[in-house]
Design a protein around this ligand. Structure first.
Ligand SMILES: NC(=O)c1ccc[n+]([C@@H]2O[C@H](COP(=O)([O-])OP(=O)(O)OC[C@H]3O[C@@H](n4cnc5c(N)ncnc54)[C@H](O)[C@@H]3O)[C@@H](O)[C@H]2O)c1
Length: 332
């Protein structure tokens, strides 16, 4: 039996690396929409890795992927994942994230794959989080099509679990960060914490909008990959199961400040953080917006309590990403 990884991008490449390391036979599919062929070449020499260049909206490409070997588990990470307005047309986002996911589920069902692990997002809860966030919290408000499409895909998983008896797991990943086998540099497709590191190395200012003050969930790319594999391995997860996958809660503004602090320690030029629509703290330290910063919510996950396994932290990992971009050079 083999596993199928749809989408060998920033997170998918780490997952492929980890699955190969645990001895799995891996089939992968990607259309190189936001990841270059070069990034995937490292795996192509591996004897247990087969790559199909193809679009998940193309049933024939999916059939080719499923005909390589019997597939037990599908890791669904192929998506137009970006909220950046210049990342893709709305039609591309809808085709991939709505139709593509349905076709992937149909192909999985036809091939007899038992488990689907879908890379959903912690953003399904919206921007204003209550004091406790567990998986029973209803969907919140959305600001872009990519994140909105996660609701459709999750409900699709629920439909296929109830109608076809498939095991459908939706990993609600926080903002993913840190060093992985595929490191993006295109600002349309790079994750915010890594982008701040690249900007610091390039001597650019970091621009933040008012939403940057809201606490949200983060997870290191290694922990995200591990959470997906652990969820698949967990026999208690049956039918449709949404699972929070967040290891730290912070605001994007705090992450930008961490990057600025680490950059200074590494002798990089001072990082200027430009805050659009966010009042700076007054001399008393209580600026208008600072006062209204929401308290840090507690995230509960059916995958286990924090502290049960070693996890990477933002502080240590951002320092590594800064070192990487510094050594590799800030230019593309
Ligand atoms: N990076 C994050 O912070 C984060 C957080 C939560 C959830 N997620 C989700 O995890 C998944 C992977 O995210 P990522 O950060 O690795 O993004 P990514 O853009 O690096 O990876 C997505 C991959 O899908 C491929 N792809 C796009 N359209 C395709 C299509 N039609 N057919 C085949 N392949 C296609 C891209 O080329 C890319 O390699 C996405 O669903 C994303 O929404 C990411």
């Amino acid at each position: 039996m083999a596993v199928l990884v749809a989408g060998v991008g920033y997170i998918g490449a780490k997952l492929v690396e980890d699955l190969l390391a645990r001895g799995e036979k891996v089939v992968a599919i990607d259309n190189f929409f936001s990841t270059s062929r070069r990034a995937i070449e490292r795996f192509c020499q591996h004897e247990r890795f087969t790559f199909i260049k193809g679009n998940i909206t193309d049933s024939r490409a999916l059939s080719s992927a499923f005909s390589v070997a019997p597939i037990s588990t599908v890791y669904a990470l192929a998506a137009q994942a970006s909220a950046h307005p210049a990342a893709a047309t709305p039609r591309y986002t809808e085709n991939t994230n709505l139709i593509g996911h349905r076709l992937l589920l149909d192909a999985s069902k036809a091939a007899g794959a038992k488990t689907i692990a879908f890379a959903s997002s912690f953003k399904v809860y919206g921007a204003n989080l209550p004091p406790v966030v567990d998986e029973s919290l209803p969907y919140g408000q959305f600001a872009d099509l990519s994140h909105l499409s996660k609701c459709y895909a999750e409900k699709l998983l629920e439909l296929y679990a109830t109608t076809h008896g498939m095991r459908c797991l939706a990993l609600r990943l926080g903002i993913v960060y840190g060093m992985g086998p595929v490191m993006k540099r295109d600002y349309r497709f790079i994750t915010a914490p890594n982008k701040f590191c690249l900007q610091a190395v390039r001597g650019e200012q970091i621009e933040l909008n008012p939403g940057a003050n809201a606490p949200t969930g983060f997870i290191h790319v290694s922990d995200a990959s591990r959470a997906m594999i652990d969820a698949v391995d967990e026999p208690l997860f049956a039918g449709y199961t949404p699972i929070n996958a967040v290891t730290e809660v912070a605001s994007v503004r705090e992450v930008a400040t961490m990057v600025a602090t680490e950059a200074k320690k590494k002798g990089l030029p001072d990082v200027i953080i430009k805050l659009y629509g966010i009042a700076e703290p007054s001399s008393s330290g209580q600026g208008e917006q600072t006062k209204s910063v929401a308290p840090r919510p507690r995230v509960i996950s059916s995958l286990g309590a924090p502290g049960e396994r070693p996890r990477r932290t933002l502080w240590e990992s951002l320092a590594e990403v800064l070192d990487y971009f510094k050594e590799a050079g800030g230019k593309d």
